[in-house]
Design a protein around this ligand. Structure first.
Ligand SMILES: [Ca+2]
Ligand SMILES: [Ca+2]
Ligand SMILES: [Ca+2]
Ligand SMILES: [Ca+2]
Length: 492
């Protein structure tokens, strides 16, 4: 192969890129690998291409390009209102504003109002005049009775409030008492003197539970800490039925509890069975060798705490601990091991600048179909991480754990079902290594220009099945901070 052919190949494989100012993609959720967007995404104008709804308007996509120059403002009169989408197409905008519930569709270049109903919500939805027409993206829709039409769900101290849309009008059901009672939060005694400061204090209350919705099934999950610093999860399952006469009914199934599990566990779905799983991780400095070094625990249970898969590695907190790395529908455990050799630690402790590459070893423990995880790692790969040459241990920790230096294993860039690894290659570029099933490519398959000061994250921005890299930076300009974002679109 001659040099020209090599250059041709490299150019052919480069990811197309586009600036989408204002777009922000978060670091992945450590338990699910999912990144959060600061916009809602749907094909609002029905041209078959996904559009981006920001809090101040829609950026449409046309011919694979996002038209960032012209933003269509959200429906007027909904400043500071809560906004959610629903359904397969998810192109209808549902809005909860002060005293009102309304819906809009984009038709012939403008928002068309589908309905607007007066509602008195149990919580405060403020229409903020100073919100400058911006929407708040808060999920509140769920199809409880599975008729294809979403209900509005508002959890509140008084219970779970449900509202259903009929053809003409809206039904407000009486609140379901299925949430744990609010707890009074202790506070300092009220002052009795001077007289002018005397007042009746209302004890602040809080409610702490997680509500999982799955069709008519509602699981209410509470944490019960024990004396040993562990925690049990108590799960109350309910089935909610909306009755034809405007009534609502909830029947409770048998309550269950997990065995005591580590305090850092959280409920999560690691496979598609009926049992809620629990998993998590935490890191600390371990002082066993005389020098503080980071250790990270990663643990998961698929059987209510009866067996816990527990892995301890020398590492800071990884970007993500659980994703379905091999695309079989079962989430796998990812651990990282950072090789911080004694020489480097000593030089860090002496506060001497070093720019040694760290070694970060990725290990994947695959979940099997028998309800467990592999005993040994099914996929192991050692990557070189170049840090900025931090002069302190904390700095090195920040370097190694910041989104800029950790390994991101949450996106499939070539749509082969295997998640690919993304990491910073050098100060000016990040590298993508394709996952070959039992190993990663030994050299980067893609190198993207992402300057040092830019942060980056991974998500399928245009929903074409191939992960993309979104790099961002906040620039301070005369008229305030401006969010810069450059998206590199993955392609086969
Ligand atoms: Ca569109
Ligand atoms: Ca898997
Ligand atoms: Ca892949
Ligand atoms: Ca994509």
């Amino acid at each position: 192969m001659n040099a020209l052919a090599v250059a041709g190949l490299l150019m052919a494989s480069a990811f197309p890129e586009q600036d989408i100012p204002g777009l922000r993609v978060s670091a992945p959720n450590q338990l699910t690998g999912l990144a959060a967007f600061n916009c809602l995404r749907a094909d609002f104008d029905g041209n078959g291409e996904l559009d981006l709804l920001f809090d101040d308007g829609v950026v449409f996509q046309q011919g694979g390009q996002f038209l960032t120059e012209s933003k269509a403002p959200p429906p007027s009169g909904n400043r500071g209102a809560l906004c959610d989408l629903f359904g397969e197409a998810a192109d209808t905008l549902y809005i909860r504003s002060a005293g009102q519930y309304s819906a809009y569709e984009w038709r012939d270049g403008a928002w068309a109002n589908l309905f607007a109903h007066e509602v008195s919500w149990p919580d405060i939805v403020e229409t903020e005049p100073d919100m400058d027409g911006r929407l708040l993206f808060v999920p509140f829709l769920h199809d409880l009775d599975e008729d294809g039409r979403p209900e509005v769900i508002v959890p509140h101290f008084g219970g779970l409030h449900v509202y259903a849309m009929g053809d003409e009008e809206m039904t407000a059901f009486s609140p379901l008492s299925i949430l744990p009672p609010p707890i009074e939060t202790p506070q300092a005694a009220a002052a009795l003197w001077p007289e002018g400061r005397r007042r009746i204090e209302l004890a602040p209350v809080r409610m702490n539970c997680l509500i999982l919705f799955d069709g008519p099934r509602v699981d209410v999950i509470t944490r019960v800490p024990d004396q040993q610093g562990r925690v049990r999860f108590r799960i109350k399952p309910y089935t909610v039925s909306l009755l034809g006469d405007g009534g609502i009914e909830s029947t409770s199934g048998p309550e269950w509890e997990t065995k005591p599990v580590p305090f850092f566990f959280q409920p999560v779905r690691l496979n598609a069975d009926d049992t809620i799983d629990f998993a998590g991780g935490a890191w600390e400095y371990s002082d066993t060798v005389g020098l503080p070094s980071p250790v990270h625990d990663t643990a998961a249970t698929l059987d209510r705490g009866a067996t816990v898969k527990w892995l301890r590695t020398r590492s800071f907190s990884p970007l993500c601990m659980f994703t379905d790395v091999n695309g079989d529908g079962l989430s796998d455990i990812i651990t990282e091991t950072v090789t911080l050799d004694r020489g480097r630690l000593k030089s860090l402790l002496r506060r001497r600048q070093r720019d040694d590459p760290l070694r970060q070893t990725l290990q994947v423990y695959f979940q099997d179909s028998r309800g467990g995880f592999s005993k040994t790692a099914g996929l192991t790969h050692s990557f070189r991480i170049r840090t900025r040459g931090s002069s302190s241990l904390e700095g090195a920790a920040a370097d190694a754990t910041g989104a800029n230096h950790s390994i991101n294993l949450t996106g499939d860039f070539n749509a082969d079902g295997q998640l690919d690894a993304v990491l910073r290659h050098d100060p000016e570029r990040i590298a993508i290594y394709f996952n070959k099933g039992s190993r990663f490519s030994s050299t980067p398959d893609e190198l993207l220009s992402v300057p040092k000061a830019w942060r980056w994250s991974v998500a399928d921005v245009n929903s074409d099945g191939m992960a993309d890299v979104a790099a961002h930076r906040t620039e301070t300009r005369e008229d305030g901070p401006t969010e810069m974002c450059k998206v590199f679109f993955g392609r086969e």
